[in-house]
Design a protein around this ligand. Sequence first.
Ligand code: 5GP
Ligand code: ZN
Length: 120
Amino acid sequence: MSADCIFCKIIKRELDADIVYEDEYAVAFKDINPAAPVHILIVPREHIPTIMDVEKSNEKLIGHLHLVANEVARAFKLGKKGYRLVINCGADAGQIVFHLHLHLLGGRPLLQTIAKGRGV
Ligand code: 5GP
Ligand code: ZN
């Protein structure tokens, strides 16, 4: 946990968020500024700043986050229509919250481009 991390605060229930899924290792909640009809952030409970900080010991956790994404996608009826998973890493990708997270975006056709949350 990191004391001044927004997502750690959401995980600890010190900050409000619309939590849609949680388990021992991960929490998923709605993005406060959605870029698509469905925009969910999937975060590990463990404070890992970026995907570059992931270590061998986190290998299972990274796989787990993807299974959580699939489960959330099914819950939001995106299983058939599809969705996009995005991980922004560092300044050039526009990462603004330095607690690893997957963006799950869907609910409308997304542009056929490699893009981050905004304008996809
Ligand atoms: P990044 O650019 O770091 O990949 O994306 C961070 C995301 O977190 C942004 O899409 C932003 O809207 C979202 N976000 C930032 N602060 C909060 C917050 O306090 N609550 C929620 N639910 N989402 C947040
Ligand atoms: Zn954190």
